[in-house]
Design a protein around this ligand. Sequence first.
Ligand code: SF4
Length: 441
Amino acid sequence: MSNEGRKSIGFVSLGCPKALVDSERILTQLKLDGYDIVPRYEDAELVVVNTCGFIDSAKQESLDAIGEAISENGKVIVTGCMGKGDDAAAIRELHPKVLSVTGPAAYEEVVGAVHQYVPHTPVHDPYVDLVPPQGVKLTPRHYAYLKISEGCNHRCKFCIIPAMRGDLVSRPIGDVMEEAERLVKAGVRELLVISQDTSAYGVDMKYRTGFWNGRPLKTRMQELCEALGEFGVWVRLHYVYPYPHVDNIIPLMAEGKILPYLDIPFQHGSPDVLKRMKRPAAAEKVLDRIHHWRGICPGLTLRSTFIVGFPGETERDFDILLDFLREAQLDRVGCFQYSPVKGAAANDLPDPVPEAIKQERWERFMAVQQEISAAKLQAKVGKTIEILIDAVDEEGAIGRSTGDAPEIDGKVYLDGITDLNPGDFVEAQVTGADEYDLWAG
Ligand code: SF4
C-alpha cells in the first residue's frame, strides 16, 4: 500500500480491559485496511469513540468525550458499552450529529462505518503488505494478527518498506504479551505473529529485558515464542528469515508449544539473484538448514513466496531455482512475476527480463511446485489431524490444519458435520486431498 492518499482516523478508548480488546481489534483492522491512526483531533478525518457505560461517572466521561470529539473534529462514530439500549438513545439525543452508534464488540459495524464515512480503497501490494488481499475484511474473532514490530533494517532492492516505514522498531515484549493475553481471554484461538522480519525481533532494542506479569523476558524471537506457547492456543509465525538462531525455535514446534509452521519468503534459490536482490540471509545454506529443521520436526510446514524474472535472472539462475524447489519440497508456495515498484532501487538494475520470458518461467515454476504441493497433501490422507474450525453452514464445517494459515493456504472440508462452531478444535482423519485442500471426517 502506498502512503499516498492514506486516510487518518482518531481513536478515543475508554473503559475496561474488555473494551480495550475491542479497541485493539478495531485499530488493528483499520491499520490493516490502510488507515493511519493519529493522536490529534485536527489531523483526523473522523474520530471513533469507544465508550464505557459501567457506572454513571464512566457514562458521563463517555458523553463528555463524544462532545469533545464533535466540537473538535465534527465526524464521530460511537461504539462500546454505552452504544446499546437507553444509553444509545441518550447519546443520539444529546449529540444528534454522531454518525453511527453501535454496542460492544461490534467490530464489523465500526470498521464498516469508517469505510462508509471515510472511503478508502486499499490497493494490495504483495511486496509491501503483511496480510493477504483477502485479509482486508475483518478477521474472524477466533484468530488475530499480532504485530510485533514496524519497519525493517534490510534494504532488499525491490522493496520500498524501509523508505516508507523506516528501520526496524520492535514493540516492547511486555506490550506484545499483554495484547496477546487480552486476545486469548477474548476468545482468540490462533495468534498470527507478523512483522517485516520476525527473526529480527528485538535487534533494535539489543534484546532488552522487558516484563510481563512481573516476569522478566528478553525482547527476542525465542523468548517471545516460548511465552506465547504458554497460552495453549495456536501460534503461527510469519516472515521469518533462515538465520542460524531460527534453529532454536524448531524444538518448540516439535514439542507442540507453537505451530510447526514457518513462513519464509525465500524469493529465489539462486545465490546470484539473492545477492542482487540484497536479500537477508542470502549467504545462509538454506537447504541444509531446511533438512536440519525437518530432522528435528518432521511435521514442519514450510510456506514461501518467490519472484521470477528479477532483472538479470538468467536461464541458469532459473534452473537453480527449480532445483531448489525440487529439493526444498516446500509445502505452500506463492510466486510473483517481478514488476517494478515506484521508488525501488531495483528499477535501476540492468538486464530486465522480457515479459514473455517472465510468464513462461512463472508457468514452469508453478507446474513444478503444484506437483510437490499435491504430493505433500496426498501423503496426509489416512492421517488424523487437528483442525481449527473457521466456518459452519448447512453443508458442513470448514477449517484449517496446523499447516494452513488463514486466507493464504488451504482449507479442510468436513462435509456433513454441522454441530461445530467457529473457533472449535477437532481431530479428524484425512479422507481426500487435491493440490490445495484436504477433506476429513
Ligand atoms: S526484508 Fe526486504 S522485502 Fe522484507 S521488508 Fe525488509 S527490505 Fe522489504
